[in-house]
Every structure is written in C-alpha cells, then in structure tokens.
Design a protein around this ligand. Structure first.
Ligand code: ADP
Length: 497
C-alpha cells in the first residue's frame, strides 16, 4: 500500500503538471489571438505602402501597365514591380477588371494547390475587409485596400502576412516549454517529497507513541502536546482524551473483575466447606442436612450474583431489550407495597403508602417490578427495628414519580456519589445484614432500568436519619381519547375540553 507521503507527492506533481499545461495552453491561446491582430495590422501597413507606391506609379509619366502578350495579360511596369518586390509580404495588385497585374514573390512561390484556395480567399475578401487563408504549411491574413482618392483608384491591393513570418517566437516558446516542463516536474517531485515527508513526520511520531501507550500497561502516559493550535495538537488532544477514557474504563474493568471474583470466592469457599462437612458427617445425623441446606443457600446466592452480572453485562452491550408496553403503575405499586408489608413484618417496620396516584407509562413490567422491589428491600434491609418505610406513587406534569423513604441508617454525604457504582457498599459494620447483605449491584441495575425507561433514579440521604430513593418515569405517549397516560395538567385540559 502506497504511503501518504508518496500519494501526496504524486498528487502534487499531477496537480502541478495540470496547472502548467493549462497555463501553457492559456499563453498559447492569448498569444495566438494577439498575433492575429498583429498580422492584420502589419498586412494593413504593407497594403498602404503598396497603395502609396501605386499612387506614385499613376502619376508617373511612363506607362504603368504594359501588356507583354495576350497570354500573360497586362502587367505592372517592371520599375514599379521592383519597388513592390521589396515588401516582404503576399501582395497582389488587381486592375479594374480584376486582372492580377502584379503578384509578389511570395504569391508566385505558392504551390498550385494553394492557388485555388487563394482564389476563394480573394472572392471572400470582396465581402469583408480581411480574411484568413490557409496554405499547405502556413496561415495567411489577407486585407484589401484601394486608394481613397478616386483619381488614383485604378488599382486594388491585397496584402497579407503568413503566421510563420509574423510569429517565429511561438516555436521557440513551445521548444522552451517542452524543455522546461520535465525540469519543473522533476523539481516539484523532489520538493513535494521533502515537504510531504515533513508534513507526515509528526503523525509517524504520534503513531509510535500511541503504539507504546496502548500496550495496556502504559495507559497513564499521555502524548506530548506541541504548542500552537494546529491540527496536530488538536489530534494529540483528542487522542489524549481517548487514552484517558480508555484508562478509566480499563480501571473500571479491572476493578469489576476483581470485585466479581472476590464476591464469588466467599460463597464458593462456604460451599466447599459445606460439601466437605456433609461428606464427613455421620450418615444418620442431622448435620448432613444442615450442611446441604447451607450449600443450597450459597448456590442460590451465587446464582443471584451471576444473574446480576449477566444483566449488567448485557445492559452494557446494549443487548438487553425492554419489552415495552403500556403499564398501569397503580396495581404494580400496590403489589410491591404488599410485598413490602410482608417483608417489613420481620423487622417490625411500619410500612405505609400515603400517596397512590395511578398513571400509565410505557415500560417493561418485569424490570419495573425489579426496580421497585430493589428499592423496597434495601429500605427494609437498612432500617432498624421499629423504623418507618414509606412507599409512594405520585404524578408530575411530565412523569410518574415512585419513591421509597425510610428512617434507616442512611448514607454519609461523602459516600452518596458512589451509591450507584457497581459493587459499592457502605461500611459493612453499619449494615444490619452485613454478613448476608447484597453484592452492591442492586442499585446499579436499578439505575440502568430507570435510565432505560428514559427516567432517573436519585437518592437523598442523611446518615442515621434515613434515605429517600426517587424514580421518575416519563408517561406513555397519549393515544387519541386515552387520558390514562397523561399527567395531571393534561388530564385537566382533556376533561375541560
Ligand atoms: P446491596 O445488594 O448491597 O444492597 P445495592 O446496590 O442495592 O446493593 O446497594 C448498595 C449499597 O448502598 C448498600 O450496600 C448500602 O450500603 C447502600 N444502601 C442502599 N440502599 C440503602 C438505604 N435505603 N439505606 C441505607 N443504605 C442503603
């Protein structure tokens, strides 16, 4: 594959070649039209000179026209012919009967083939003051003149000049161009190779640096940024940002893997101990059953963990599709509230639902239930005996609001920003259910569910005072005649109309 350097070199060269060719063609075209004008002007000079000579001839005493014989016809007196012969041009003198009484040496030298063309040119000259006639190897501009004074207007003169006489420089110009072109192209190839080499060098440096950084172990390093705001420093900034994001996500990945392995290690160790205990326990005793029951609990716990990990992994990949349908939140929240009451009984908690304003959202029933239950079980888990847990569902103009408030252990302000991070758990000592607590994945999953529904999950908490987790979910788009999914304002408007 050709390098950028050689591509640039060839493109520069082709562009230069094209420009040079266009430029040369333009010069030739301009020159050609100016030469045509010059040829016409010089032909007019020769024609005027001839008219002048013929006026002198007309006033002279001797015969201007002599008739040598009937074959040749009348010709100009040789004295005046000699005077006209001095002019280096095509000159033809015609008498009143259109007989050619004089032809200059150039006309006489024309080959027979060109004479017929000359006749045509002379005929067309009757209609215009100048014409161009092409001989076999030249192009001649012809003009006609006659003496303006009627006393001397016995003759008419046709004078012309060939391009080869008027424009000898064009051939030289073409020769020079032919010589210069390869030279210029050669110089341009070398110059553009050097320039493009200098232009791509910083990219090569960046490529080598990036290669060294992205080997996985040097992600903390950054590319040196050159001063100045050119494209290279822009690219360097962008790459540095990208390496920064890579570093963050690599770190998160490493932490995630370490946390996941750590979380699996404990239940696996317990499971192993339980199985060993069951194997070595006396066959008829109760101990074997106890050990197996504990093993089963650990297996369930591990299955839960793997399930959560799988959910998050699929969500990260964007492969976790929501089965969206219009969902009436009222019965769903009633159902999770009943579960909350049952769960709360164990901890002698006072579980209430002061507000229940039903609304319809477009969502995945299973995922929404999972989200609401996560928040409720957390509230119950982290609220000491005799505390309050309040579940509510209310309506805002654009979204439904589900919230769970508890008077539990709360979360310290410094720890709040980490609440939704994977595997994050507040100080285990404070947790009533520390030993059998969760894995710290529940809130990550809950936040993903809320966001996947176009909503939010936020938390307000004070240490030892309690926490409030609030979910917002946008209403389902309103179908004609259906006011279920509307917010209160929309409902009012709909009922007013
Ligand atoms: P877990 O399964 O450990 O509960 P979560 O992701 O649901 O995982 O919660 C993460 C951490 O957030 C918990 O370990 C706990 O420290 C804290 N937390 C969650 N909900 C509450 C709450 N209602 N009150 C106090 N702390 C909470």
């Amino acid at each position: 594959m050709a390098s950028i350097r050689s591509k640039l070199t060839w493109r520069y060269t082709l562009a230069l070649l094209g420009t040079l060719l266009l430029f040369s063609a333009a010069i030739l075209v301009v020159r050609r039209s100016s030469v045509m004008r010059e040829m016409t002007a010089t032909s007019e000079v020769y024609a005027n000179l001839s008219v002048q000579i013929l006026r002198e001839a007309s006033t002279a005493s001797e015969n201007v026209i002599v008739t040598s014989d009937s074959l040749v016809g009348p010709v100009l007196n040789s004295r005046w012919q000699e005077r006209l012969d001095v002019l280096p041009a095509y000159i033809i003198v015609l008498d009143r009967s259109d007989r050619r009484v004089y032809q200059s040496a150039m006309v006489r030298a024309l080959p027979a083939g060109d004479l017929a063309t000359l006749d045509d040119a002379l005929a067309s000259l009757e209609r215009s003051s100048s014409t161009v006639f092409s001989t076999s190897d030249d192009e001649v501009v012809l003009v006609r003149r006659s003496d303006p004074d009627p006393r001397y207007s016995r003759f008419r003169v046709v004078a012309g000049l060939g391009r080869s006489t008027a424009e000898p420089a064009t051939m030289e110009l073409l020769g020079a161009m032919a010589l210069m072109l390869p030279l210029l192209i050669g110089i341009s190839v070398v110059a553009s190779y050097v320039i493009s080499g200098e232009a791509v060098e910083p990219f090569e440096v960046i490529r080598t640096e990036v290669e060294a950084i992205t080997d996985g172990r040097s992600l903390h390093r950054r590319l040196p940024v050159e001063a100045g705001g050119d494209e290279i420093s822009g690219l360097t900034h962008t790459l540095n940002d990208m390496i920064g994001r890579l570093e963050t996500s690599f770190g998160a990945l490493r932490r995630f893997t370490a946390d996941a392995s750590h979380e699996l290690k404990t239940p696996l160790a317990v499971l192993r101990a339980d199985v060993e205990r069951a194997m070595h326990a006396p066959p008829n005793g109760n101990e074997q059953l106890v050990a197996l029951e504990e093993a089963l609990q650990e297996t369930t716990r591990m299955a839960d963990l793997v399930d959560s990990l799988l959910t998050l992994a699929r969500a990260d990949e964007g492969r976790l599709d929501l089965h969206r349908e219009p969902i009436d939140l009222d019965p769903l929240v009633r159902e999770v509230f009943e579960t909350a009451v049952i769960l709360g009984e164990g901890g002698a908690l006072n579980v209430q639902m002061p507000v229940l304003q039903g609304s319809t959202v477009l969502g995945d029933r299973t995922r929404l239930r999972q989200l609401f239950l996560n928040l409720i079980t957390n509230a119950i888990k982290y609220t000491p005996k005799g505390g309050d847990v309040e579940v509510s569902l209310s309506r805002e103009p654009d979204f439904a609001v589900f919230s769970v408030r508890d008077t539990g252990i709360g979360i310290a302000a410094a720890e709040l920003p980490y609440v939704f991070e994977r595997f994050w758990r507040a100080d285990r000592v404070r947790s009533r259910a520390a030993e059998r607590g969760g894995f710290g994945l529940g809130l990550s999953i809950s936040q993903w569910i809320a966001q996947a529904h176009g909503g939010t999950l936020t938390v307000q908490s004070r240490l030892n005072r309690g926490s409030t987790f609030t979910v917002t979910i946008p209403y389902a788009p309103v179908a004609d005649g259906d006011v279920d999914g509307m917010g209160p304002e929309a409902v009012e408007k709909a009922s007013a109309s």
